[in-house]
Design a protein around this ligand. Structure first.
Ligand code: NAD
Ligand code: MG
Length: 397
């Protein structure tokens, strides 16, 4: 290994982003050493990944998983140390021998480990958008204090990052930027008659037309809450006001987002929809490395089209803008409620169209305040979940 070798901890290694990260890393073994993998419950997959990269540490959710993994690793002759639970994720995110943390856990569970990486001054490759939605102010403050660096993995934010001037310092006006344009595919239900949306199943919601992703983000794409979360993410990452962030539906998912400048220029980043592009970009930044992605052939794509999102079809998008405008803990409430509603929908309970209703109702009822500490934010998150579960019980049928 050369002295330029980056030392990685991959949180959420067994998920969709985690596996794409492993794919890119394995193409460039001389550049990346994987020190730690966080895998939660998919122990068999984690054992395979340990065999591929021989990490020093692997983290699983509980003792039962740990003993299965230890057995597998023994059998494979690996001396990876198996650690257990949420605090172990914080530990691997802040190890002195790790310089880069891929934050790819899904949902609010990613917040504490991401915060640990921020406090430890790591280079954070941020896929876990929920941590910014929940705790954007806190996370950005910690990043500022420690000198950590965030490189966005979400394809839209990575595209914006690539379309920004070098050394962008967080002020759109100073950089001559008039607005950020986030593109959205519109998901699997973009053209479905509204009355048919009532009966859609989790399988239909997870069948995304352009991207293969985890189940939670797939449902978020179908409701367009994903784009709402991304508006909030863009606010924190780039210092953009809600009025400076526009969402445009672009069904081909070739333009991953755009930056519009005051002189009328629009700079965009294009590519085939494959998360290995933003992952490779962030891993190698400011260099470029091969990512295994099929080159874009615009003649094959033929047409790029655009439309405005229909607010009746996608009420979650408006809810996210409203939460961002309200500020304080509103976005944490939005996020927690959405996670609960999506989980219940995926389990076959809540009907698809009721996801937005539950979120709207919790945002109406729960008091929005300020939260300056992680513990306060987690208390707000828990309260919102409890309220959401009560409402979900009533709205299942
Ligand atoms: P996924 O469901 O495929 O994977 C989630 C990972 O998190 C798995 O490794 C799982 O084991 C782990 N995990 C789940 N719950 C956990 C917990 N309580 N504690 C610790 N680990 C836990 O999800 P994904 O699609 O890879 O998405 C991961 C994150 O990246 C999400 O925040 C998502 O919004 C974001 N993202 C994903 C994509 C994509 O294309 N998949 C694109 C942009 C952003
Ligand atoms: Mg995205």
């Amino acid at each position: 290994m050369s002295s330029r070798t980056r030392k990685l901890a991959i949180l959420g290694a067994t998920g969709s982003i985690g596996r794409s990260t492993m794919d890119v890393v394995l193409r460039h073994r001389d550049r990346y050493e994987v020190v730690a993998l966080g895998g939660h419950r998919q122990v068999e997959r984690l054992a395979e990944q340990c065999l591929q990269v021989h990490p020093r540490y692997a983290v699983v959710a509980d003792e039962q998983g740990a003993s299965i993994l230890r057995g597998r690793l023994d059998g494979l002759g690996l001396d990876t140390e198996v650690l257990v639970g949420a605090t172990a994720l914080e530990q691997i995110a802040s190890l002195p021998e790790v310089d880069t943390v891929m934050a790819a856990i899904v949902g609010a569970a990613g917040l504490r480990p991401t915060l640990a990486a921020a406090r430890a001054g790591k280079r954070i490759l941020l896929a876990n958008k929920e941590s910014l939605v929940m705790a954007g102010s806190l996370l950005m403050r910690e990043i500022g204090v420690s000198g950590a660096r965030v490189l966005p993995i979400d394809s839209e934010h990575n595209a914006i990052f690539q379309s920004m001037p070098d050394g962008y310092a967080g002020d759109l006006d100073c950089a001559g930027i008039s607005r950020l344009v986030l593109t959205a595919s519109g998901g699997p239900f973009r053209n479905m008659p509204l009355e048919q949306l009532e009966g859609v199943t989790p399988e239909q919601a997870c069948a995304h037309p352009n991207w293969v992703m985890g189940r939670k983000i797939s449902v978020d794409s179908a409701t367009m809450m994903n784009k709402g979360l991304e508006v909030i993410e863009a606010h924190w990452l780039f210092g953009a006001k809600p009025s400076q962030i526009e969402v445009v539906i672009h069904p081909q998912s070739v333009i991953h987002s755009m930056v519009q400048y005051v002189d009328g220029s629009v700079i965009a980043q294009l590519g085939n929809p494959d998360m290995r592009t933003p992952i490779a970009h962030a891993l190698a930044y400011p260099e470029r490395i091969e990512a295994g992605v099929r080159p874009l052939d615009l003649c094959e794509v033929g047409q790029l089209s655009f439309e405005r999102p229909d607010p009746k079809r996608f009420p979650c998008l408006r809810l996210a803008y409203e939460a961002l405008e309200r500020g304080g803990t509103a976005c944490a409430i939005l996020n927690a409620t959405n996670e609960e509603a999506v989980e219940d929908f995926l389990a076959g309970g809540l009907p698809f169209r009721r996801i937005a209703d539950v979120i709207a109702e919790v945002l109406d009822v729960q008091e929005v305040g300020d939260a300056s500490s992680i513990d306060e934010l987690i208390a707000v998150d828990q309260a919102a979940r409890a309220l959401a579960r009560k409402l979900i019980g009533r709205r299942r049928t």
